[in-house]
Design a protein around this ligand. Structure first.
Ligand code: ADP
Length: 191
């Protein structure tokens, strides 16, 4: 039997740009087409609780929580024709090879994640995945300050823009994230 070539699709953008919505939409369509679909989400994303991909507008999808690319590969269903992963920016660099192996076996791989972190810097394994991708969808949010298209995620700690060198996790601090355009994206201390 000839193995059909798979594809690697990336859905990237800042927070609130509709990445989860778009992932859910593509997965639903694959399910309508009666394809075998498996959905994963990084276990670090505890915004909405376990075992689900959820979008900010309320859409939800059952997902297998994973914390590494090795765990993803170990938990793959061999018959899966479509594999979707949300919050892929949190994955280790090994996800690039795991994605390549799935694609080589004919799987349609759909990965969604933040392209940049709160500093505006490329996030984790995303640059390599973008280079490997067959198809890239770069989504825009709406800047909460001026209403322009937003490509950045603003991190606020106690209501103030988080400085460039702020630790990723600040225990006990009240944190928030907003979508902002380049003009209104503030990162005090950015080189
Ligand atoms: P992502 O996965 O990229 O964080 P979601 O799919 O979870 O995005 O959520 C997208 C939804 O968030 C939009 O359809 C809209 O209803 C809502 N939303 C809230 N704030 C904003 C904003 N600033 N810009 C765009 N959409 C927003």
């Amino acid at each position: 039997m000839t193995v059909r070539a798979g594809t690697l699709e990336i859905i990237a953008g800042p927070m609130f740009s509709g990445k989860s919505e778009e992932l859910i939409r593509r997965v639903r369509r694959a399910q309508i087409a009666r394809q075998a679909v498996q959905v994963f989400a990084h276990a670090l994303d505890t915004r909405y609780g376990e075992n689900q991909v959820r979008s900010h507008d309320g859409g939800a999808l059952a997902a297998v929580p994973i914390s590494s690319s090795a765990e993803l590969e170990a938990r793959l269903d061999p018959p899966a024709e479509v594999v979707a992963v949300d919050e892929v920016q949190f994955m280790d660099e090994g996800i690039a090879r795991v994605a390549e192996r799935m694609v080589a076996r004919g799987v349609r791989v759909i990965l969604a994640g933040l392209d940049t972190d709160f500093r505006g810097e490329p996030f984790g394994p995303i640059p390599r995945l973008l280079a490997q991708a067959d198809r890239i969808t770069k989504l825009e949010a709406v800047c909460v300050v001026c209403g322009s298209p937003a490509h950045r995620t603003q991190r606020l700690v106690e209501g103030r823009p988080a400085p460039y060198d702020a630790p990723v996790i600040l225990v006990g601090a009240k944190e928030a994230y907003e979508a902002r355009c380049r003009l209104h994206h503030e990162v005090p201390g950015r080189p």
